[in-house]
Design a protein around this ligand. Structure first.
Ligand SMILES: [Zn+2]
Length: 308
């Protein structure tokens, strides 16, 4: 007997570089769509082997010592996904295929399995397979600077965009592609809020222009208000304990700004038609805005791996 399971009508694919990027950058959006019945697929490109370790008793797992951090982070990521309500998580080319490249310019960029060294078509091919299976209408990844310049984030962008090109030929490309973004007005508000604070994460920075990110508000396409998911996002971030110390300024900002800081995420639109929006710049409040509702579910049977 052939069992064909169909996926929900709305399907969202996220392509991230390391475990923890999904939670910090898009955790509320993921939790929001998972909670409202969309199928959310997370693809993480590396295990984050080169990360710093903020839990002292685990410090010897580091790349230069036992080199076990990557394996450990698989479990942290699984816990984060549980917090976000996301059940479909994969590593690009399976766990361990691509290694964390480390910061730009380091010798780790040259490792034979470094994601930075990945053959673009081979890496994109792994993603196309997932697109063929899941048929996401919407994909989220980073802009061409990888949001802030990390080589694995830049490579995630390149691989994801190449996969869209290849998938288009096969008729399974997402209709819309978004990049993570931070509006300048939000950064400016955050910076001025912290001016008087002794715990100011922007203390070294004179203006928004000095940050490697910050998008003019008129270039933002979507503002996803998932404040109802702010606790899920914070729980997911706390699951990445080796990477985000409990004393992190992220949590102190969260304490000050609360639900809005954690729960609202912004995106630019790179591929596809912007749907109807609101406010001064017509920001969408839904990444599926403008897409035809209820696409024929027969076109999205789950393949052998997903038969349940
Ligand atoms: Zn990262």
């Amino acid at each position: 007997m052939t069992v064909v399971t169909t996926l929900p009508d709305r399907r969202l694919l996220l392509v991230h570089a390391h475990p923890d990027d999904e939670s910090i950058g898009t955790g509320s959006t993921m939790a929001h769509y998972a909670a409202t019945g969309a199928h959310v697929t997370l693809v993480t490109c590396t295990l984050g082997e080169e990360g710093e370790i903020h839990v002292p008793e685990l410090a010897r797992l580091a790349a230069g010592e036992a080199d076990q951090l990557g394996g450990y982070r698989i479990a942290e990521l699984a816990q984060a996904c549980r917090a976000l309500g996301v059940t479909d998580h994969r590593f690009l080319g399976d766990a361990g295929r691509y290694r964390d490249s480390g910061m730009m310019g380091l010798a780790t960029n040259e490792h034979p399995r470094a994601f930075w060294q990945a053959d673009l078509d081979e890496a994109a091919g792994h993603l196309v397979e997932i697109m063929r299976e899941v048929r996401p209408q919407v994909m989220i990844t980073y802009d061409d600077n990888g949001f802030y310049g990390h080589p694995d984030h830049i490579q995630a962008h390149r691989v994801a965009m190449r996969a869209v090109e290849l998938a288009r030929v096969q008729g399974c490309a997402p209709a819309k592609v978004y990049f993570t973004a931070m509006p300048r007005s939000v950064l400016e508000a955050g910076m001025s809020h912290f001016t008087e604070s002794s715990d100011n994460p922007f203390a070294e920075i004179g203006s928004v222009d000095e940050l490697p990110f910050g998008t003019p508000d008129e270039h933002i396409a979507a503002r996803i208000d998932a404040t109802e998911q702010h606790a899920a996002k914070e729980a997911a971030m706390r699951a990445h304990a080796t990477q985000i110390p409990a004393s992190s300024w992220l949590y102190s900002i969260a304490g000050n700004f609360g639900a809005e800081f954690m729960g609202v995420e912004y995106f630019t639109l790179a591929v596809g038609e912007k749907g109807p929006g609101t406010g001064r710049y017509g920001w969408e409040d839904d990444l599926f805005a403008g897409l035809p509702a209820g696409e024929d579910p027969d076109r999205s049977p789950v393949g052998a791996a997903g038969v349940r």
